[in-house]
Design a protein around this ligand. Structure first.
Ligand code: PLP
Length: 368
């Protein structure tokens, strides 16, 4: 049996008509840049999500950068984010001229440890970027309170958290603005790069839209210099075709996680994902912690099961951030867990047969 880490082919087969029609329409109408599908996606995603504005952009990295730039973050500022994430979360801070400040992860939930944030706040701090990693939201009660106390912007990185909830509030609806990625493997994935910003702030929405379109809302009237960050019409039409399935796919991920929990529960050598109270974990990733992680991953690969590590090196320990002089002592949990975490196959169409095989193979490894 071969089990990919994510199976995008099987999902395409299940909605082939919808996708093929969407692509054909974009080509027939030559609605490549801007145009009706992009507008319709912005409207439908905002309505669907319960946000006032959606600004589409080229990817989920640009969307973070655009938000920070447009709330006025720049040289001399500091922005707090988490030690374990994809580099977009921190490189966009640097792109504005500000300095990323890294906080260690929570030992149970693997996203920013809210109890460690306050000691990192200085007079230069302008914002906190919680990353709702793996599909599970951060402690928004604590983070919101800190942002209010110190007058900081709360910017949510929701790249892995479409439809995740904290106290019945969806990811992306608490902060001043939120960033989403539609990278193909994300819970709502395009067939190329795409991303968006959601916000309820009218003025910020206008600024972000303008900045992402060369500083002009009306062609040739450049109010400022901006960047070129557009979602193309093809991606918008594909995302529109997929959006009606997102709820169902999310429930399937949750059901798959419950099944994994049931069949892997008795394996003492691994620790299964823990769900933060009052949250809806949407399992963009299903991350376990395993004894002899590398040997287990190798064994699974030999048996046809593909796994990955999110992420092998915590951000502050990367070469790119050597100039900030972090060491393992500054982020002990991230430093320890990097050798233990393993992301098992997770996608809506994963079958019980496949999960049974994965569980049997893991058990076989530990009884070898
Ligand atoms: C995927 C991802 C991004 C960036 O998204 P792209 O669309 O690939 O630019 C940002 N943050 C996190 C946590 C991500 O997982």
């Amino acid at each position: 049996m071969h089990i990919p880490f994510v199976d995008l082919k099987i999902q395409y087969q299940s909605i082939k008509n919808e996708i093929d029609n969407a692509i054909e329409q974009v080509i027939t109408e030559t609605a490549f840049i801007g145009g009706k599908y992009v507008q319709q996606f912005e409207k439908e995603f905002a309505d669907f999500y319960g946000s006032k504005h959606c600004i589409s952009c080229a990817n989920g990295t640009d969307s973070l950068y655009i938000i920070m730039k447009m709330v006025g973050i720049g040289i001399g500022d500091e922005v707090i984010t988490v030690a374990n994430s994809w580099i977009s979360s921190s490189e966009t801070i640097s792109q504005t001229g500000a300095t990323p400040v890294f906080v260690d992860i929570h030992p149970n939930y693997y996203s920013i440890d809210e109890t460690l944030i306050e000691s990192k706040i200085t007079s230069k701090t302008k914002a906190i970027i919680p990353v709702h990693l793996q599909g599970q939201m951060c402690n928004m009660t604590a983070i919101t309170a800190l942002c209010e106390k110190y007058h900081l912007f709360l910017i949510e990185d929701c790249a892995q958290a479409h439809l995740s909830e904290y106290n019945n509030v969806r990811a992306g609806l608490t902060g001043i603005a939120a960033s989403f990625s539609f990278y193909p493997g994300k819970n709502l994935g395009a067939y190329g790069d795409a991303g968006c910003i959601i916000t309820n702030d009218d003025a910020l929405a206008t600024k972000c839209k303008m900045f992402a379109r060369h500083g002009a809302l009306i062609k040739h009237q450049h109010v400022m210099e901006g960047i070129n960050s557009r979602m193309d019409g093809m991606q918008a039409a594909i995302l529109l075709a997929k959006l009606p399935f997102l709820q169902k796919w999310t429930e399937q991920r949750i059901a798959n996680a419950a099944y994994y929990q049931k069949i892997l529960n008795e394996v003492d050598e691994i620790i299964l994902p823990m769900v933060r109270p009052n949250t809806k974990h949407t399992y963009h990733l299903y991350v376990i912690r395993a004894k002899q992680r590398n040997a287990l991953a190798k064994f699974l690969h030999e048996k046809g099961i593909e796994t990955t590590i999110h992420y092998p090196t915590p951000l502050p320990l990367m070469e790119a951030y050597q100039y900030l002089h972090y060491s393992e002592k500054d982020i002990p949990v991230s430093a320890k867990y990097k050798d233990e975490i393993l992301s098992l196959p997770m996608f809506p169409e994963l079958t019980e047969l496949q999960m049974n095989y994965i569980a049997e193979t893991i058990k076989a490894f530990y009884t070898k």
